[in-house]
Design a protein around this ligand. Structure first.
Ligand code: ZN
Ligand code: ZN
Length: 252
């Protein structure tokens, strides 16, 4: 299985990541990737870039070292309504919008409140992909999320960093195993993400690959194998947005 895409990487702009987009793209090129997401954290995370960072993404070259670059964001869910920390008029200009729950950006709640927040964010027309549901920071109903992913045809990530670098790794591994099993059960669309915060982690999927094989996720469920499939999916999401007659313009 050739994995040619890493949509989830951070640059020095995130504040707690340590490589530039140039370094990440060079690493991606050396690993044979064809498509690279540049998804720095949304502005409500301490140390993350100001909103103006996200208004100037169009200056990033479309391609570096033979790798197509998709500048975007890893937006934060900020409340139980699943609202995000970036105004929609900024999200509308981005090539890639990842969404997830993070400590310090979301108040935390019951499993039901967290799951509702996550699922509401999945139904946001600006969301392209959800990230790291297996992280143990907040309790989630992982089966409902996998079911919703299949129903909406919205990819949810199997996050390599959750399996390799974060604290509470054992709990994360158990959650990720359960989640990947539900994604296999419902035949939902999966994207593997490195969540690299340093260039040497870009395109690193070893633990995620072992997990998806273990639970029986089928190759056709995994979007990373085809840059064209991902680009077609992202283009389709943008057509869907344009067809919405009353898209909200600002976060509440
Ligand atoms: Zn994250
Ligand atoms: Zn991330």
């Amino acid at each position: 299985m050739d994995l040619l895409v890493d949509l989830h990487t951070h640059t020095i702009s995130s504040g707690h990541a340590y490589s530039t987009i140039t370094e990440n793209a060079l690493a991606a090129s050396h690993k044979g990737l064809k498509l690279l997401g540049m998804t720095d954290h949304g502005p409500s995370m301490p140390g993350a870039p100001d909103i103006y960072h996200f208004g100037n993404l169009s200056i990033i070259p479309k391609e570096l070292f033979g790798v197509k670059i998709l500048p975007g964001v890893e937006a934060n869910i900020v409340n139980y309504e699943g609202e995000l920390d970036i105004p929609y008029n900024y999200l509308a200009q981005m090539e890639l919008v990842l969404v997830g729950l993070h400590e310090l950006c979301y108040p935390g709640g019951t499993c039901e409140q967290n799951t509702q927040a996550y699922i509401k964010a999945m139904t946001n027309p600006y969301t392209d992909m959800m990230v790291h549901p297996g992280r143990p920071d907040f309790q989630l109903d992982l089966e409902r999320i996998a079911y919703k992913s299949a129903q909406l045809n919205l990819p949810v990530e199997v996050n390599n960093s959750s399996l390799s670098t974060i604290a509470k790794k054992d709990e994360a591994k158990s959650n990720c195993h359960d989640f990947a099993g539900y994604m296999a059960k419902y035949k939902a669309p999966v994207i593997l993400g490195s969540d690299a915060h340093f260039w040497d982690r870009v395109g690193e999927f070893s633990e995620a690959i072992a997990l998806i094989r273990e639970v029986g996720i089928e190759e056709h469920q995994i979007l990373n194998t085809s840059p064209e499939r991902i680009l077609n999916y992202l283009a389709m999401r943008r057509r869907q947005r344009r067809s919405l007659s009353k898209a909200p313009l600002n976060i509440a």
